[in-house]
Design a protein around this ligand. Sequence first.
Ligand SMILES: Cc1ncc(COP(=O)(O)O)c(C=O)c1O
Length: 949
Amino acid sequence: MSYQPIDYLPYDFANRRHIGPSPEEMAEMLEVLGVPSLDALIDQTVPRDIRQAEKLDFGKPMSERELLHHMRVTGAKNKVLTSLIGQGYHGTVTPPAIQRNILENPAWYTAYTPYQPEISQGRLEALLNFQTMVCDLTGLEIANASLLDEATACAEAMTMAQRVAKSKAGAFFVDENCHPQNIAVVRTRAEPLGIEVIVGSPDALEADTVFGALFQYPGTHGHVRDFTDQIAALHEAGAIGIVSADPMALCLLKEPGAMGADIAVGSTQRFGVPMGFGGPHAAYMACREAYKRAMPGRIVGISIDSHGNRAYRLALQTREQHIRREKATSNVCTAQALLAVMAGFYAVFHGPKGLRAIAQRIHRKTVRLAKGLEAAGFKVEPAVYFDTITVDVGLLQRGVLQAAVREGVNLRKVGKSRVGITMDEAVRPEIIEAVWRAFGLVRKDDDLTPEYRLPEALLRQSEYLQHDVFHMNRAETEMMRYMRRLADRDLALDRAMIPLGSCTMKLNSAAEMMPVSWREFSLIHPYAPEDQWKGYKTLIDDLNAKLCTITGYDAISMQPNSGAQGEYAGLLTIRDWQVARGQGQRDVCLIPVNAHGTNPASAHMVGWEVVAVKCDANGSIDLEDFRAKAERHSDRLAACMITYPSTHGVFEETVQEVCKITHDHGGQVYIDGANMNAMVGLSRPGDLGGDVSHLNLHKTFCIPHGGGGPGMGPIGVKEHLIPHLPGHPLNAKGAGPVSAAPFGSPSLLPISWAYILMMGGGGLTQATRVAILNANYIARRLEGAFDVLYRGSQGRVAHECILDVRPFEKSAGVTVEDIAKRLIDCGFHAPTMSWPVAGTLMVEPTESETKAELDRFCDAMLAIREEIRAIEAGEMDREVNPLKLAPHTMEDLVKDWDRPYSREQGCFPPGAFRVDKYWPPVNRVDNVYGDRNLVCVCPPMSDYAEAAE
Ligand SMILES: Cc1ncc(COP(=O)(O)O)c(C=O)c1O
């Protein structure tokens, strides 16, 4: 019998798995668009003179199996030792229930930032648990829903202190016992803002010379001190006291709030999140109620919905960059939501008793270790400690460190003669014995009742985690169901398309995600010796090289761990270059009005003045205004920040001219790479005239959004800027570091690398082309019903399009919000709302969505348009209609129904699935109520019971 060969490659990842539409569907879509081929569509969309000369070619793409094998081989080059280096990074035990149900569960990791609260109640509750945990452990009143890492949290706390302090002093004090990376990042942040950083012993603090002071608790070498007196002195002088505290230590020790601290920051890494060679982890920040409006980052709060039921949503958003731009409290956009959820669940999982027990065990292990060393005559410091000791070994330092490595343990090199050791939850008795052997001691870990070496006066007096959520029955059945219940309340990418313009919510494939939780990638300490992370080096070097090829830049810095952090790092790089060539006076940054809020906020962070540039009627940069402003500020022009293709969803044909004008006036060009999904393989920012760009690896390169983070925002630069890139956090030569870890959040990098390796150059280019096809298909299908605000010269949109829904406000009283909420009834996350143009929707389908899903969305939008038409025609009431009353809950369906439209129309509009219908758990959330009645910690359990009744 002979076989006919079938033209189908089952393991073609790019075309069969990652790219949504099949070849047949693409042909149908092209027909709808009236173009003969995808090539022809791209020719009409992407201007010829910005197209890259050479095809992207990375050799043969890998199949999923080949990729996973390749990752195993690469991972095996990393040596996983037990790292007792400490310095803010610790071994931890991720409860398997959390690993499987949260970290490895697309319902959690593919969710978007909870800007649409009705479809985000699950993750908002989880983040509120995190905030409650942080408030309780620190003894402060209000906490945010995570920051990027401990070092940046320290820097944020410094600038926040400057905003709220009564003292007008220009200096900031930093405890010399802070982790070195915290000091380094604070210094980087302070320099452009003209803040003098004084590093010294807390005993030497002169409170009236500073606007604030930062202390580390416990100190980097283990000291546990009470800062009550220092903070009182700071208050006397009108200055702010900040404590960077280890939350595990706070389970046993007096909390910063009890010392009078105004702000507490720290990392929650050791609450179940592996070290990951530096990240991602959630940093936290808590402060006094009085300072809540000065707080950076997102805060989850409680409000009510339109029926008066309790509902969560993001609070006090008027502080944030997307509203206040350069006047915002910070540039934070993507943060560390998924990791905060994990840390919050770790506390739910263990409860206060469990956490206290874990902290006690860590302390007892440290005491046992110290006693063994002391018995052999070693000098152990300090006298009182929680989990960290240092041992003076004099000339033996090198030998001890090397012997420890031979025993499979990394210890910390402290100065020239000491060795630091930090214990953690995961340390077993055999590890303690191995450490003793490294010091030449052979003994058994048999002291099971060591006395405490915590300072009596600093033992914690207050209770914590009293809320019922931390006291539920922790049987895994119950935990699993709680995690499932919360996930089910949310709409993430595992249920439906999330067509958020500028956010690129594309597939995060399972194969890309798998290596993230492998021990070879997750258990490496960020400061482990270089020969232990050869696998990471291979990965990072190759990813850097490929990203350079994709972008046209000469080098990449992997340090920034979000897009906004990349902007900040890129602008610092430009600033450093300007200073080095004697042009330090340049402090003006031209930014078009349609820029993302992080752009002006980042420019402000490097001390620059933001000058806004107008856009013309087509949504492009107004070239004349740009030229005039560049000329006016010629002597002071430091840089411009543009986004390409523009946030208006078009490939502007004047981009090269904009770059030339900037360069002619001595400025540098920052191209925001958030829209790289429209460029990969077709056009390179480095060829257009860009000097720096950040890449949101959590958009174009498949890192999932995690419900608001993690992310990675590496920057690409041209050759002349390479010496000015961020330096190593522990050894900065030249420019200072912007993150705590040298490569930001490297345990995410296998995801982007896997994506590139499985797509290959051709697959990546095809993804870009199909992203453009999908956006144009939506624009065409909605033609006549909704106006597309901006198009390129040949009538095409780029990878996203802005739908103008503003006229409906006048014609039917329908707002953009009404449409967004109605889409929830149809089973969709709304597109980006009111940005970059107020009152509009920006739709970005990405290449990963199939034609069927695009059609479902278009059908839903067209049905919504018909509902608007019914109001316009007077057939439906302007106030009581399915749009105004959206979203509809199951509660609405079963209650008495006295509406002028049917239950069927209300609850099952086109798009909604009948069997797999997504039901939002709450009706429309009242934002104003929530800000007027601010509550940012878990409400009493009786409220939950009421909600469930
Ligand atoms: C155009 C643009 N620039 C910058 C950013 C900021 O990126 P991140 O959220 O990673 O900080 C975004 C985020 O959505 C964006 O859309």
